[in-house]
Ligand binder design. Sequence first.
Ligand SMILES: *Cc1c(COP(=O)(O)O)cnc(C)c1O
Length: 367
Amino acid sequence: MNVPFVDLKRQYKVLKHEINPVIKRVLENTQYILGNEITQFEKEFADFCEVKYCVGVDSGTSALELSLKALGIGKGDEVITTSNTFIATAFAISLTGAKPVFVEVDPQTYNIDPEKIPEKITSRTKAIIPVHLYGQPAEMDEVVRIAKENDLHIVEDACQAHGAEYKGQKAGSFGDAGCFSFYPSKNLGAFGDGGAVVTNNKELADQIKMLRNYGQREKYHHQMLGYNKRLDTLQAAILRVKLKHLEVWNQKRRENAALYTKLLSDTKLVTPYVPDHVKPVYHLYVIRSAQRNKLQNHLKNNNVSTGIHYPVPIHLQEAYSSLGIEQGSFPITEQYANEVLSLPMYPELTEEQINFVVRQVKKFQTG
Ligand SMILES: *Cc1c(COP(=O)(O)O)cnc(C)c1O
C-alpha cells in the first residue's frame, strides 16, 4: 500500500462527469473574466458561510491583502497575528505597508492565545488576524471581545477553514472580513489559484470589488488605485460544482480524524485537541512527536507521505529578519515547529489506508 499526502486524482475521477461539462460550458460561452459564473459562485459561497457578501479574488493571500487595504490599513499601522501560520498571513500585512506583530499560540489549540493579545496592542494597532489553523476555529468570543474593547478590526484567515464552526457560527463570519483560499489542496480547491473574501459589510465588499478590478466600478473609470486580482471565471464554475460536495467532504474528514485519534490514543503522540464548542474541518490532521524527523523518515520509507506545517516559524524566516525578533521569543511556536507532523488527510482516504498509516506509526513507536 501507498498513502499519498493528498490525492486530488481520486477526487477528480469521481467529479469528472460533473466538472467536464461545466468547463466546456465556460469555454464555449467565452465569458472568461467576471460575469455570471462569478456572481453565482459569490452568492453560493456567501450563503455557505452564512454572510451577506462574497468577493472572489485570485488567491487567499490577495483576499487578506485586499481586506486589510479596504479597511484602510497601511504604512505606520500594526496588525496582530501569530507566527505559527503559513507565511502568507504575515505577507498580506507587510504588502499593505503595515507591520505584523506576533502573539504566542495556545499550547492546546495551536491558535492565537487571546490572553496574550492585549500586551501587544499599541496606539498603532489597527487589526487582529486570527488564523483558524488546520481548519479549527480560533477562540473567537475572546478575540471579538478584545477587538471591540480596543476598537480594532478583525480579518479572519479562514484559508484552511471552509465550513468550520465556532459555537455554531461559520468561520469567516465573525470579523469585518473572512478570507479564504481555493488553492487546489484546500478543503474547497480550484484547479489553480483562487480565493474569496466574505463579509456582512456592503461598503467593504464594494471596496474589495474595486480593488480587485483596477479600482473601477464602471469600465475605464478608475476611482482609486487598484489591482488585477480577480477570481478566474473558469475556476468559479469549477468551484460551484465542488461547493455542493463540501459539507459531505468535511464530514468525511471529521470521521477520518476521529478514526486516527481513536487508533492513536494508546501511543505517546499528541493528537488534536478539540474543544466542545468548535467543529473543525481538518484541512490537516496534525500530531506532535518529540522524534518528528525520525518518524517522518520512517513513514516515508514505509510508503506514507506526510507534511510539516510549518517547519520554520514566521518570525525566524529570512524574509522577516528585519523585524529583529530573536529565537526564543515564541517558545511554544518554536517547539511545535520541531514536533508537528501532518498525516495524510482528505475525504477520499479509506479506512484501510488510515489503518495502514497508524500501523506504520506504531511500528516506529515500538521498533
Ligand atoms: C493557503 C493559505 C493562505 C494563502 O492562500 P493562497 O491561496 O495560497 O494565497 C493563507 N493563509 C493560510 C493559513 C493558508 O493556509
